[in-house]
Design a protein around this ligand. Structure first.
Ligand code: NDP
Length: 316
């Protein structure tokens, strides 16, 4: 029995990432209804918005769903109170110390998963009592680890470092990539970018269209002096590059980034001056489809790739 399915009470070990501005209740409930685990991305929600989102998600699915809470969020206590009030069964935490909230959430019977980018942080999450970790590699969109370890290298290292189940993330947008991650030692996968380009994602339509036109090399990790973030190239990205060329320091970069760029780009569809956070895997995404269809296609490809490996003479 797959430990991730058992832990969350789901059919397929496929988690939809709780992405800021993209993962609202429509997407989370659609993925949960399709047999995966949907997550609401609370990082871009004021507490009253999260309350509405939780109510709507409850009405839209009777399957388990979760919430992703970045621990650096300014009003993290209020979000945690909501999670407890609504008895959300699963919480994914990121960007912070898992010791701060894991024991309290676990005492309330909540399954807790922390997002990490290295074996060291994975061990800390396990010591803090987390039920699983998401190990997210360099390919991932948005905020990223400083170590720049690729998913291919990270998953075997983290799987060896901890006893709790590992969910692989970063570069996984197909059934073949899902199979590869499981062969590397993961027991589940977390998928972000592929779900941005779905009908239910709350991303702006202009951003979704940009994602499906992305080519290899169109995303790059930047702003490492602040929080490293993988962005799709656009005029704002070029401004950042120009700032680097003239030797801008941390303060200048922070001033250039300003506030609310992610909302501008991903939620309001300002493709010129907004931040467009998406993973390398966007180069392989060509259509905007229902989230349930993503789940169906990934599972079908996973099964056929697994079967064809056995049949194709990979015996030496
Ligand atoms: P900014 O500081 O540039 O902007 C904050 C944005 O978040 C604004 O657009 C604001 O919306 C919105 N927001 C929602 N709730 C709140 C709140 N309680 N207080 C202040 N702002 C709020 O942040 P980013 O756009 O770069 O990042 C957005 C969020 O993403 C962060 O607040 C953080 O929680 C999360 N994040 C996650 C990381 C991770 O998971 N690794 C790393 C970095 C950030 P409005 O314009 O309507 O006021």
């Amino acid at each position: 029995m797959n430990r991730i399915n058992t832990l969350f009470g789901i059919q397929y070990p496929l988690v939809q990432a709780g992405m800021i501005w993209c993962s609202g209740w429509e997407l989370a409930s659609a993925v949960s209804n399709a047999g995966g685990l949907g997550l609401i991305g609370a990082g871009s929600m004021y507490p009253d918005i999260l309350r509405q989102q939780l109510q709507k998600c409850r009405e839209a699915t009777d399957k388990p769903f979760g919430v992703n809470i970045p621990l650096l969020y300014p009003e993290v206590e209020k979000l945690m109170e909501l999670v407890l009030e609504f008895r959300v069964p699963i919480v994914f935490t990121s960007a912070g110390n898992p010791k701060t909230w894991t024991p309290k959430l676990k005492d309330a019977g909540i399954r807790v998963v922390h997002v990490v980018s290295s074996s060291t942080f994975a061990r800390k999450a396990e010591e803090a009592g987390c039920d699983a970790v998401v190990a997210e590699g360099f390919e991932a969109g948005g905020h990223n680890g400083r170590e720049e370890t690729t998913t291919m290298c990270l998953i075997p290292l983290v799987s060896r470092a901890v006893g709790i189940p590992v969910i692989a993330a970063g570069g996984i947008g197909s059934g073949r990539a899902m199979l590869a991650a499981m062969v590397l030692g993961a027991e589940g996968v977390q998928v972000g970018s592929r779900f941005v380009a779905t009908e239910e994602s709350s991303a702006h339509q202009a951003f979704k269209k940009q994602v499906i036109q992305a080519k290899e090399g169109d995303t790059l990790l930047t702003l490492k002096e602040l929080t490293p973030v993988r962005l799709l190239r656009n005029p704002f990205f070029d401004e950042v590059m120009e700032a680097y060329r003239r030797g801008a320091d941390r303060e200048e970069l922070a001033a250039l980034l300003g506030r609310g760029r992610a909302k501008k780009g991903m939620f309001e569809g300002d493709l010129e001056s907004g931040e467009l956070e998406i993973g390398q895997v966007s180069a392989g995404i060509r259509d905007i489809i229902p989230a349930a269809e993503v789940v169906r296609q990934m599972l079908a490809e996973f099964r056929s790739a697994k079967a064809s490996l056995d049949e194709s003479g990979f015996s030496f």
